[in-house]
Ligand binder design. Structure first.
Ligand SMILES: Cc1cc2nc3c(=O)[nH]c(=O)nc-3n(C[C@H](O)[C@H](O)[C@H](O)COP(=O)(O)O)c2cc1C
Length: 153
């Protein structure tokens, strides 16, 4: 069984439904052999990643950057993960009122420093709420889990 961990900050009803949609996609009936779970960044530690085969990060964009909660996760865990998680596949989804690029750049930079591999294009759900974001989140979760099952990463 492969393990997919979703480390996502979900401070609002919309972001909570996004996390649920990622989990739904990752748990698609067509995918066997991948176990997925959500951990909030403030509750996550290095072991959550060390036990995982792939990671999906989720965050709001706040003041042009990832949430403080996700940044705190990286601050606490970076050196515990460095050199132990090379080539870890990861994906990102961002809920942004109007931008999202600062958050994307920051996460890509930190994960690049860890020598991780981005497995798919980041999903930025930008602007007014749109229910289509949930389909995109489902697809992101499904693509990640299917790739993990297929040994594509
Ligand atoms: C203090 C604060 C700062 C924010 N800064 C940004 C920002 O820099 N860029 C952006 O695109 N959205 C920004 N937003 C919008 C949030 O990303 C958005 O409110 C959040 O994703 C929640 O959306 P939701 O109501 O659909 O859950 C900010 C929101 C707050 C409360």
């Amino acid at each position: 069984m492969k393990n997919l961990v979703i480390i996502a900050h979900d401070p609002s009803p919309n972001t909570q439904t996004m996390v649920q949609a990622v989990l739904e996609g990752a748990g698609d009936a067509a995918i066997d052999g991948v176990s997925s779970r959500h951990v909030r960044p403030l509750d996550a530690g290095p072991d959550d990643v060390l036990q995982a085969d792939a990671v999906i990060f989720g965050t709001t964009e706040n003041l042009g950057y990832m949430s403080g909660a996700l940044k705190d996760f990286f601050d606490r865990c970076f050196y515990e993960l460095l050199d132990k998680t090379d080539a870890m596949p990861f994906a990102v989804f961002i809920r942004a009122g109007k931008d999202g690029t600062g958050t994307r750049r920051a996460i890509e930079s930190i994960c690049g420093g860890l020598n991780w591999k981005q497995a798919q294009e980041p999903l930025i759900c930008r602007g007014d709420w749109d229910d289509a974001f949930l389909d995109q989140c489902r697809e992101l979760g499904m693509t990640m889990a299917a790739g993990l099952e297929a040994g594509a990463f």
